[in-house]
Design a protein around this ligand. Sequence first.
Ligand SMILES: [Zn+2]
Length: 116
Amino acid sequence: MADDPTPQTHRARYHDRLLAELQDIRTAGDDTTADRQPVVLDQQSVGRLSRMDALQGQAMAQAMQSRRNGRARAITAALERLAGDDFGWCEDCGDYIGTKRLDLDPTILRCVDCAR
Ligand SMILES: [Zn+2]
């Protein structure tokens, strides 16, 4: 395996940044647990329109959580790569992705050519 061209200073920064983002995602997930619960159909207090609003709100909350889960998986995978030797290498061509691109998003898996 080739030497890792990601400078140690960058690796430390990516690590801290990814951990912080993961923490934010978990906090956001915890804070919105109630929004994703099944909608209780209560004829007394909830009219048809507001029931639809509630179902729509629940669907949106679930979609957002699904996006958060996807991002959390990408971050966890990037943290695992950072801990090992394969961080920063394009998963398609094997070239180094480059710190400029990794600075934008350390979870990126492909170099600019392969991402096109
Ligand atoms: Zn590539």
